[in-house]
Design a protein around this ligand. Structure first.
Ligand SMILES: [Ca+2]
Ligand SMILES: [Ca+2]
Ligand SMILES: [Ca+2]
Length: 209
């Protein structure tokens, strides 16, 4: 019974939360991260998430900065620019996208949530945009406040996220506790395409007769 149940359960989508707390971190929040191992690009590929955007962002850095009062301590992530630097005091935009876990096949999820901001000192404003695999804009949310802002989106086909920092570029923000349902392939199944083609040729053949 057990051996039957496990594969069955494994096929159901489950939400994973990434809190970044056991990962190597940097302690600076401007310039090149002071621990190269803190830079994340494809290291969380087994979870189905990649950070950065080609030509725009070299990924994110895991940082430990106590003044942010992390959602989960001690770490949050901050954005990197194209050159791999953190713009003035944790101000770079954050980009990430989903893949089918353990592959480079583009993925999509139907549920995502995370916290953005910091619980300190200033007001932060974000425009958070969600895109489909084909690049269609699925959803835009503007979040603003002095403390951590909670973002949540339940929608089929979420492939890529942009967290656009609209605050003055010294206000600083982190992202923490990213949760999402296990990504599935965003690319149409080759078998589905083949079946559709077979169906079309069959119709054409019947009509020709
Ligand atoms: Ca954390
Ligand atoms: Ca704040
Ligand atoms: Ca801030």
């Amino acid at each position: 019974m057990k051996t039957f149940l496990i594969p069955l359960l494994a096929t159901l989508a489950s939400a994973a939360t990434i809190n970044f707390d056991s990962l190597p971190s940097s302690t600076n929040v401007s310039g090149i991260p002071n621990n190269a191992a803190s830079v994340l690009t494809n290291q969380l590929n087994p979870e189905g998430i990649l950070f950065g955007l080609e030509g725009i962002s070299a990924g994110v850095a895991v940082v430990s900065i106590t003044t942010f009062n992390e959602i989960s301590a001690p770490n949050v992530i901050v954005g990197l620019d194209a050159a791999g630097e953190i713009e003035s005091f944790a101000s770079s935009n954050v980009y990430f996208q989903f893949v089918l876990p353990n592959t480079s096949i583009p993925g999509q999820t139907d549920f995502l949530s995370f916290y953005a901001g910091d619980d300190c000192c200033d007001e932060d404003t974000f425009e958070i945009r969600a895109y489909s695999f084909t690049g269609a804009l699925l959803n835009t949310q503007t979040l603003q406040g002095n403390s951590w802002q909670f973002y949540s989106l339940a929608l089929p086909g979420i492939h890529r996220i942009e967290v656009d920092n609209l605050s003055p570029h010294n206000a600083g923000f982190g992202i923490d506790d990213i949760s999402f349902n296990t990504p599935v392939s965003a690319v149409p199944e080759p078998t589905a395409i083949t079946m559709a083609l077979i169906g079309l040729s069959w119709t054409w053949w019947i009509r020709k007769r």
